[in-house]
Design a protein around this ligand. Structure first.
Ligand SMILES: [Ca+2]
Ligand SMILES: [Ca+2]
Ligand SMILES: [Ca+2]
Length: 494
């Protein structure tokens, strides 16, 4: 079959090669996603992700099988083994792919998935699909991105005093998820959270001490001192703009950061894991997502918070699921707010990417009475149309979200320049629910660092307080997260 395909491609390529210009319709190969065909109808070049043959965990049951294989290993060992296997597959199979891509722009080899992204012509695609090591090719447009202009870095990371809520007011959403009771056992010390957002304000007193510092990088000297491919990446990196400047023009990332790690230095405690550290990564493309996961793994991150939602990725959803599953295998707990689309999208597309991925903890929103909010995205999610997965068919689908937290409004939010936004401003959304669960994951891993990512996810789900009808449902998942119960369960304390 493979031989036949190669011959066919060779013959067509030969027929086209007299003057170097294509003479017929695009060559159709089972390795080319429909998105590639459509992109070629509109342009002579297409930005692609070339998926190589061997993957650590590709397919509906592959992550579960991997988990069974490594179930007895502590997270650090499982992470090291996963990285080793991922990088070995990339090293073994990417050379012939990279040979074909010589001369193509934007070539980016990846290892968190065994894949290479690049901008290719039709002729290069014909050569690629003839390579045995190429499994599949997705179109992955490089979006220009819609970001506010960054503002100059003004923060100076400080030395952090140990967290003590003392008599400071604590935001009520933290009381509701029993974070103060959890702080008697864990405040998140030693845990690193990767924030995938639009950056954050590093100067806010609540965040300044929480910022991760890349130990191998010298700031502002224009050099990539730790040789990780990123110049001056002291606190993370903005992959969307290829810049080490992580200070955002917009407030979203600062809001989210406050819920993750805000320690009340400026007066009010907003953060679930006030002694955890945070690094900032901004992404604009599917490839950036993979690069961000590689960065987070390399930096030793433990938790990844993703308060964003991408619709209409079609088969590319499978690439995100592959990367997310591999990231989980490499020790990262992934969380994402469920989105705010209950009033303007039909199911099964209210939860999208990444929150609709089975291995990502998708977090819906409830009000103070435990009722799902009107806007919080409802499941189910379908995967039966997605290449390489084809599971969770409708009508049942995959039940999502997994758990719920409090999207607001009504509790204080970190104000990027300093202080807090009045609780009555009406700022709300599941962008705020996700980081509450990410914070709980950080509390767990601080005192139970050997737990694997899927065990942390299971604990947060199994200790949630059931709301509504008994059991898991497509509006509130397993229920409202309970930080104290989760940390107790993780440490085996009563
Ligand atoms: Ca660097
Ligand atoms: Ca540097
Ligand atoms: Ca329920």
């Amino acid at each position: 079959m493979r031989l036949l395909l190669r011959l066919l491609i060779t013959a067509v390529t030969a027929a086209c090669s007299d003057d170097g210009a294509p003479t017929g319709p695009p060559q159709v190969s089972s390795k080319l996603d429909e998105s590639v065909q459509s992109a070629l109808r509109a342009s002579d070049t297409v930005d692609v992700i070339v998926l190589a043959r061997t993957q650590l965990a590709l397919g509906a049951t592959a992550l579960e099988e991997h988990i069974e294989d490594v179930a007895s290993l502590p997270r650090a060992t499982a992470r090291a083994e996963a990285i080793s296997r991922l990088q070995a597959s990339a090293a073994a199979e990417q050379p012939p792919i990279l040979t074909v891509l010589q001369g193509s722009p934007l070539v980016r080899p990846l290892w968190i998935a065994n894949a290479v992204s690049a901008r290719v012509t039709r002729e290069t695609l014909d050569e690629l699909v003839a390579v045995d090591e190429v499994r599949y090719v997705y179109a992955s447009p490089v979006n220009p991105g819609d970001f506010a202009a960054p503002i100059p870095f003004t923060g100076v990371p400080g030395i952090k005093a140990p967290f003590d809520a003392g008599s400071k007011p604590v935001a009520w959403n933290l009381e509701e998820i029993r974070a103060p009771e959890a702080w008697d056992m864990s405040t998140g010390e030693g845990v690193l959270i990767a924030l995938l957002d639009i950056g954050l304000n590093t100067a806010h007193p609540d965040l300044v001490g929480a910022l991760w510092v890349n130990p191998g990088e010298v700031a502002g000297n224009g050099m990539d001192d730790d040789n990780n491919g990123y110049v001056d990446d002291v606190h993370g990196y903005d992959l969307a703009r290829a810049s080490p400047n992580i200070v955002a023009g917009g407030p979203h990332g600062a809001y989210v950061s406050g819920i993750l790690v805000g320690d009340g230095s400026d007066g009010t405690v907003l953060g679930v894991a006030p002694d955890a550290e945070i690094l900032s990564l901004t992404i604009a493309t599917d490839t950036d997502f993979a690069l961000a996961m590689e960065y987070a793994v390399d930096a030793g991150a433990d938790v990844v918070n993703m308060s964003f939602s991408i619709p209409n990725l079609a088969n590319l959803r499978g690439f995100w699921r592959l990367v997310a599953d591999h990231a989980a295998a490499a020790g990262l707990v992934l969380t994402s707010g469920a989105g705010n689309f209950a009033q303007n999208r039909p199911t099964p597309v209210q939860l999208r990417i990444p929150e609709g991925i089975p291995s990502v903890l998708g977090v819906g929103g409830v009000d103070r009475d435990g009722q799902p909010t009107s806007f919080s995205s409802r499941g189910p999610v379908e995967w039966s149309t997605v290449r390489f997965y084809e599971d969770h068919p409708l009508p049942q689908g995959l039940m999502k979200p997994d758990v719920a937290a409090f999207p607001g409004p009504g509790y204080p939010i970190l104000d990027p320049p300093g202080g807090y936004i009045d609780p009555n401003t009406g700022v709300a959304g599941n962008s705020f629910s996700g980081p509450q669960a990410a914070g709980v994951a950080a509390l767990i891993l601080s005192v139970a660092p050997d737990l694997n990512a899927w065990e942390v996810k299971d604990i947060i789900e199994s200790t949630a307080t059931d709301v509504g009808p008994p059991g898991k449902h497509n509006d509130t998942g397993w229920g409202v997260i309970d930080a104290a119960a989760a940390v107790s369960a993780a440490t085996g304390s009563p």
